[in-house]
Design a protein around this ligand. Structure first.
Ligand code: ADP
Length: 470
């Protein structure tokens, strides 16, 4: 039972059996319907030919003489007739025979008629086989006199009952049908065998491909080094293998980035932690004479740690949302003013002037407001932190794209730092944790936008491009 179930579930067997079965059934149906149609046609033509012959015999019988022109040409099956007396003795044709074949044919039909009770004299067509020949025969009774080769109507006392038997030779048609049948069966067998071979071959190749793919995917699942993948015979399987390879590369990259993330995060946390530990030990052992100064440093370092932990939590929160951004219609100007207000106090404390030019009126865009304002705030906080005296914020929009520029004066970014400032935990001169810009870039990329850094008019300039419609 289990074995049958397993066989039923086998792809190879199904791939082989289903098309083979379909081919076999269609060939059988073609053969059966073809035979049925041809047989119907033969029967119809036989009936037409026999009826035609009886029509002539009837007209001769009525006119009591021969002389009508028998138009056999309209029937494709040739017919003959024989006349028997009421004892079923053949009375026409008779000796001398026109040919040997006529003699043989007449005696055989006569023997058949006298022996075969299936041939009744009611005009019904019966099929008989004589010496490899097939005939359609029908018989009818006539009351009259035998006038050489016909039965003629007569009221004479010599009148008697005669049976006229018309036979149609359907041997050529039947032979033609048999030959066609033979050819069709041979064709069916040859093409069936060919199809069987091709299907078997294909089923084997598909099954083999699945086995190889299975091994390959299992190796990926076990995180083993990927085995060399030999090209498979079908493009679809190769594209699955390449998708699996891509997936495996992505898993590797994610694992690597997680490793780096934990290394960096623990390294960043260790520095303030060690400083806190050192000062606390100094105070407890009495080495540090000024506990207030120590407490001040401990507070500063723990604030730094808490800011770092906040940053790390924000990074992991953004990672966990995957692609599920909460898109809504956002008023761009309102968004920028909200972000601007958040940094205003810090800029004032540092004596940094903020200039802004928003060339947009009532412009809106599709975005996740919470995360987009987080990205812009990170950049603005940086601008306040790294500016000397000036921050300039510009905003333009066309029908599809919003462009936001956040610029600040100050020392600028060293050329060697530029390619790395969007990398997690990368910090330049006077940098803090290296989280702000990397998170801003991740948010903007997820919105389908771009972020870049350049130097414009002597200012460090961050340019953000965001699509308005999503
Ligand atoms: P953090 O500021 O915490 O170091 P960020 O990821 O925000 O981390 O920035 C990475 C680095 O890029 C910073 O360390 C700094 O060197 C540089 N940077 C970022 N923003 C600016 C800016 N507006 N002006 C100059 N340098 C900047």
């Amino acid at each position: 039972m289990l074995r049958i179930k397993r066989l039923r579930e086998s792809l190879k067997l199904n791939l082989f059996l289903v098309p083979t079965g379909l081919i076999f059934i269609s060939f059988c149906m073609i053969l059966i319907s073809f035979n049925f149609v041809i047989q119907q046609y033969i029967d119809k033509e036989t009936g037409k030919a026999i009826d035609g012959k009886f029509a002539f015999l009837d007209s001769w019988y009525a006119e009591a003489q021969t002389g009508g022109v028998e138009d056999d040409a309209q029937f494709i099956i040739p017919t003959e007739y024989l006349i028997f007396d009421d004892q079923r003795n053949l009375v026409f044709p008779h000796e001398p025979w026109r040919s040997d074949s006529e003699a043989e044919y007449a005696s055989e039909i006569a023997r058949c008629f006298s022996e075969d009770s299936a041939i009744s004299a009611d005009g019904k067509i019966t099929k008989v086989e004589i010496n490899d020949n097939v005939y359609g025969v029908a018989a009818k009774k006539y009351w009259g006199e035998l006038a050489v080769d016909i039965v003629a109507r007569s009221d004479e006392p010599a009148s008697a009952m005669y049976t006229v038997l018309v036979s149609a030779n359907i041997t050529p048609m039947q032979k033609f049908l048999n030959a066609l049948n033979k050819t069709l069966i041979i064709l069916t067998l040859v093409s069936g065998l060919l199809a069987l071979f091709l299907i078997l071959n294909m089923a084997k190749r598909i099954d083999g491909s699945f086995v190889k793919l299975n091994k390959y995917i299992s190796a990926v699942g076990r995180r083993e080094p990927l085995p060399h993948f030999k090209k498979l015979p079908y493009a679809e399987f190769n594209s699955i293998a390449s998708a699996v390879r891509d997936m495996s590369d992505k898993i590797d990259a994610a694992e690597e980035s997680r490793k780096i993330f934990f290394q960096n995060a623990s390294h960043e946390l260790r520095t303030p932690l060690m400083s806190i530990q050192g000062y606390a030990e100094g105070v407890s052992t009495g080495v540090l004479k000024d506990p207030l100064q120590a407490a001040d440093i401990i507070l500063k370092e723990s604030n730094k740690m808490s800011a770092l932990v906040d940053g790390i939590l924000l990074l992991s929160k953004f990672e966990s949302i995957n692609d599920n951004l909460n898109y809504e219609d956002v008023d761009i100007k309102e968004l920028l003013y909200d972000c601007l207000w958040e940094i205003k106090a810090a800029a004032d404390i540092r004596g940094v002037k903020i200039e802004h030019r928003f060339e947009i009126v009532g412009e809106r865009m599709r975005a996740d407001e919470e995360w987009i304002s987080c990205a812009l705030s990170n950049m603005l906080i940086n601008a306040v932190k790294y500016a000397d005296k000036l921050i300039r914020i510009l905003c333009f929009a066309d029908s599809d794209v919003v462009m936001i520029k956040i610029m600040n004066d100050g020392a600028g970014i060293a050329e060697e730092d530029k390619p790395h400032i969007f990398t997690r935990f990368y910090k330049g001169v006077n940098g803090n944790f290296g989280i702000g810009l990397s998170l801003a870039q991740e948010i903007i990329l997820k919105h389908g936008g771009e972020i870049s850094v350049s130097n414009e008019d002597g200012l460090t300039s961050f340019t953000v491009l965001l699509p308005k419609h999503k």
